[in-house]
Design a protein around this ligand. Structure first.
Ligand SMILES: Nc1nc2c(ncn2[C@@H]2O[C@H](COP(=O)(O)OP(=O)(O)OP(=O)(O)O)[C@@H](O)[C@H]2O)c(=O)[nH]1
Ligand SMILES: [Mg+2]
Length: 200
């Protein structure tokens, strides 16, 4: 995929603020600090278009990134950040759920998990929710550069087991640091967009 243009098109916390539904969207969900914003930067080959932080809870809004004026990548707020109040957590959950449940032009919601850790109960909940909404259940296991190659299979198995995935083929390992799977990832996204267009 040649990225001719990428920009932060809109920042929203509620439906009225979303951009119009003229372009298809692929959204990224996952715990705070798992690397959602870094993933978007890696894919768009931009260093700091999506703001990242080593402290969890950086992205607190829905950020819509326009790519080539053709589709959008959507960065969702992270969940599971312990150091915020219950009210704040509920507010973020509301922001995420409203988007996932009502967005007509959303063609895929993809869960990101950290390859180093077993997914949490919240991850499991989010994954089931994504499946219930009818998305295909692709999982991106981030921060691959932080483990040894020899550990990869074991970690992927643990993720598939915890999320009760019928097959681990739906797990794609990724490193935003190394960026070695960016082209492969674009093939997958391209197929999603193409498939959606054909089935319209
Ligand atoms: N080594 C390594 N570090 C990564 C990778 N992806 C993200 N990080 C680091 O992990 C931290 C969190 O990354 P973010 O992209 O901000 O995470 P996020 O999921 O957007 O977090 P929230 O916005 O809080 O939900 C940052 O310090 C990143 O540099 C990766 O593939 N490899
Ligand atoms: Mg973020």
């Amino acid at each position: 995929m040649k990225i001719k243009k990428s920009e932060l098109e809109r920042v929203a916390v509620k439906k009225e603020q979303y951009p119009n539904e003229d372009k298809v969207e692929i959204a990224f969900a996952g715990r705070s600090n798992v690397g959602k914003s870094s993933f978007i930067n890696a894919m768009l080959r931009r260093k700091n278009l999506a703001r990242t932080s080593s402290t969890p809870g950086k992205t607190r809004t829905i950020n819509f990134y326009n790519v080539n004026d053709k589709f959008r990548l959507v960065d969702l707020p992270g969940y599971g950040y312990a150091r915020v109040s219950k009210t704040e957590k509920e507010k973020w959950a509301g922001i995420i759920n409203e988007y996932l449940e009502t967005r007509e032009n959303l063609i895929e919601a993809i869960l990101l998990v950290d390859i180093r850790h077993e997914p949490t109960d919240l991850d499991k909940q989010m994954y089931e929710y994504i499946l219930d909404l009818g998305f295909s259940g692709i999982v991106i296991a981030t921060k691959k550069d932080k483990i040894k190659k020899s550990q990869e299979n074991k970690q992927v198995d643990a993720i598939a087991k915890k999320l009760e995935m019928p097959s681990k083929d739906n797990i794609i390992t990724f490193s935003s640091e190394k960026k070695d799977m960016v082209d492969e990832m674009w093939y997958i996204f391209n197929d999603m967009i193409k498939f959606h267009k054909e089935s319209e």
